[in-house]
Design a protein around this ligand. Sequence first.
Ligand SMILES: [Zn+2]
Length: 161
Amino acid sequence: MQVHTSLGVICALSIKELFPNYNIWVLIFTGIAGNIIPDIDHLFNIFIYGRKTEYSKLVKKYLRSKELRNTFNFIKLNHKNNQSILSHNILTPIISYFLFNYFQSLYPPSLFALFFLSFTCHFLYDFIEDILFFKKPNPNWFFKYNFKIGEYRSPLNKKGD
Ligand SMILES: [Zn+2]
């Protein structure tokens, strides 16, 4: 989350010259929104289309028992193993990059350019992070979604719990 917030700020600052008529805080807000919004799909996954996966059931179990800290720790430990997030595939950043180009080519450039630049950066970061973490991209990037992974690390034996 902090990484995506920072990336949003970096995107805003890196193309702020395109938007001389906008307040810097509007740009920063737009940059952060563009970088955070892609992960709303994690919520759609947990509560709608992936609600029956072991991962979603465990998240909801922690939520129901009001164990917020365990919920966050569980997500933090295991979200990389969730290979059923539909939006996280190679096509999304490609489309998003085209939208960035389109909106920045308008005269004057639309603020959506910043939004989609940041949106694209979100996916690039996630993709690179996967490679660093697993030494290869998760199969979901190539449309091979897996709704059946059954083993996840428990947050309960973390220090301090
Ligand atoms: Zn993501």
